[in-house]
Design a protein around this ligand. Structure first.
Ligand code: HEC
Length: 117
């Protein structure tokens, strides 16, 4: 009889352990999800407006290039994250826009450009 009681206690302890495991692991995951940069649904109108104001003078009408390279198919070369980094930091003759554009604007613009391929 004693054996069965110990077995029951053992099972209860296992279940408790498992339930703690399963409730704490997803919690850690959701903590990590809170950290990454803003994600916004693509708003083409807003992206075009920012493009015309900040990028058009170098990347040209219809993204065809000018002072800067053509980016009409930039999505074939870079993903949205790489484009966002380029917009934030610039480099190679392009100014960075970290201080001029909000993260939302940069993410939105990057999404829009990453679909150009
Ligand atoms: C002063 C001119 C200038 C402005 C303004 C400018 N760019 Fe650029 N951009 C460049 C130049 C020059 C390059 C090439 C840099 C290089 O080769 O690393 C470039 C490169 C890029 C690239 C990478 C292209 C590739 O094929 O690797 C992207 C994407 C880009 N620009 C997006 C933008 C966006 C979006 C804006 C507006 C927020 C912007 N640029 C504003 C000059 C500019």
């Amino acid at each position: 009889m004693y054996k069965w009681t110990m077995f029951a206690v053992f099972c209860a302890a296992c279940l408790l352990g498992l339930s703690i495991l399963f409730t704490t692991i997803p919690e850690q995951g959701s903590h990590e999800e809170a950290a990454p940069p803003v994600d916004v649904p693509l708003n083409v109108e807003a992206a075009v407006a920012v493009y015309e104001q900040s990028c058009l003078m170098c990347h040209g009408d219809q993204l065809k290039g000018g002072g800067g390279p053509a980016i009409s198919d930039v999505g074939a070369r870079l993903d949205a994250q790489q484009i966002a980094r380029k917009i934030e930091n610039g480099g190679g003759g392009m100014p960075g826009f970290k201080n001029d554009l909000s993260s939302e604007q940069i993410v939105n613009l990057s999404k829009w450009l990453s679909e150009k391929k």
